[in-house]
Design a protein around this ligand. Structure first.
Ligand SMILES: O=P(O)(O)OC[C@@H](O)[C@@H](O)c1c[nH]c2ccccc12
Length: 260
């Protein structure tokens, strides 16, 4: 059993329990449910913006504790002021130490598009994402069947949210890509083995149809990585650890984006 299998198995139990506490109707009656989502595709694809998707991540299965002290609202405000094109908030508690309240806190201080970063295995989580003010969601190809990815992308689109499809190889890309998706992210980290290589993004770049905004995810730690990935057509760059491992992630983002 890989870590990804464990996460998905745990997630299904967790979502079943959440449904018992808050019904879909409860989610739909939350005030943020009616907020008009901001277009991640326009913010991340804009040539006048940084393209940086700055992530709030306290811990991860591959790295253990990354930052146990940073306050999500401070970081969210800082990432916005630093010029991030979007923010990613991990809402998985068990493996990443995040919560939906983290996303709510980020939402209250930042106008940039926010992605709910979680392992979506049920439509309920998409409605929940909308109810906490998320603008776009992550669908991870390696956790879903192609039919599920397509179905969930349509659910998100019907709610006005955009979709970032995460793939790790060409087979996943070809099987899962769908017109209801907006951005395609290539994860440089293999979620089954934790190996990280920017080469993954380079190898897949020209396989991604041009109507999607291309995003490179994970293991990005310097400006040279960004410059190189841009030559392959990438417009979005998802950065977590490089900012979060510092005492002041917002300052790390300001310094980094300032060099672009
Ligand atoms: O911390 P990094 O190496 O900069 O990576 C960020 C982000 O890409 C990573 O957190 C991530 C990418 N896809 C995911 C799916 C689930 C959880 C986390 C992720």
């Amino acid at each position: 059993m890989t870590i990804l299998d464990k996460i998905v198995a745990h997630k299904k139990i967790e979502v079943a329990a959440r449904k018992e506490i808050l019904t879909v109707a409860d989610l739909q009656s939350r005030p943020l449910f009616d907020k008009e989502p901001v277009s991640a595709k326009s913010w991340i694809g804009s040539p006048t913006k940084s393209g940086i998707i700055a992530e709030f991540k306290r811990q991860s299965p591959s790295k253990g504790l990354i930052n146990g002290t940073a306050k999500v609202s401070d970081v969210a405000e800082g990432y916005f002021k630093a010029g991030a094109s979007a923010m990613s908030v991990l809402t998985d508690q068990e493996f990443f130490g995040g919560t939906v309240d983290d996303l709510l806190a980020a939402r209250s201080v930042s106008p940039v598009p926010i992605i709910r970063k979680d392992f979506i295995v049920d439509e309920y989580q998409i409605i929940e994402a909308k109810s906490i003010g998320a603008d776009f969601i992550l669908l991870i190809a390696s956790c879903l069947t192609p039919a599920e990815s397509k179905k969930y992308a349509a659910v998100a689109r019907n709610l006005g949210m955009q979709v970032l499809l995460e793939v790790h190889n060409e087979e996943e890309l070809n099987a899962h890509v769908d017109p209801c998706m907006d951005l395609i992210g290539v994860n440089n980290r293999n979620l089954k083995t934790f190996e990280v290589s920017i080469e993954t993004s380079k190898a897949l770049a020209d396989k991604i149809p041009n109507e999607f905004v291309k995003v490179s995810e994970s293991g990005i730690s310097n400006i040279e990585n960004i410059k190189e990935l841009k030559t392959y057509g990438y417009k979005g760059f998802l950065i977590g650890e490089n900012f979060m491992k510092t005492e002041n992630p917002a300052k790390a983002a300001i310094d980094f984006i300032g060099q672009l």
